[in-house]
Design a binder for this molecule. Sequence first.
Ligand code: HEM
Length: 211
Amino acid sequence: MKYTKRTFIYPIFERFWHWSQAALIITLGLTGFEIHGTYRLVGFGNAVSIHNTAAILLLVLVAFTIFWHFATGQWKQYVPTTQKLGAVIRYYAIGIFKHEPHPVRRTRYTKLNPLQKLVYLGFKLLIFPIMATTGLLYMFSNTLGIPISPIAFLHVLGAFLLISFFVTHLYIVLTTGRTPLTHLKPMITGWEALEEDDHAAPQAAPEPSAD
Ligand code: HEM
């Protein structure tokens, strides 16, 4: 028999870095494309100062977040696996539209399904490093005496990849739950109703810690 159990899944620091990273990336995206000349919002000069400040804040946040992932062992959530990867891709392409059950059950020990592990790891190891490296080279291109156009090209390319991730992420969060708030609320409150089998109850997770 299956039942749902309210489980503490996102500790406070994880929610803090998730939402501050989101706010900083939105700010960087909005000001970045003003710098690029796509539209006018706050004026070019302001866009540059806001972009530079948000970029430094993001780099500091990421440094703390990397430390947190290693200090708590949460980095293990992102170790990629091919097990059930095909089943999850098939589910999001076909199964979900036929109301089939999700092929992977979420627990506080495996918060991410194989597709999320791969995509989030790609974000951390590919997209973010591209943005940070090209952004810092852009910032110090005068001092370093390096040409700006290849750097700007890669920075904008990374920005497009990041925006594609962001749009897909939002779409999936808001449309695949029972209601649009189903997947959003746990990242605000820390608690999520997770499905469990009857026999899993005696080995239920220990009391949540505040780490
Ligand atoms: C991670 C740290 C980041 C750093 C250090 C950084 C740094 C910079 C710098 C120094 C500039 C040039 C500003 C100027 O003209 O003086 C710039 C431009 C830009 N940034 Fe970033 N940035 C970062 C993240 C982001 C993110 C996350 C996005 C998008 C979501 C973004 C999008 C852009 C865009 C579109 C431009 C305009 C490029 C052009 O057309 O030349 N940046 N960034």
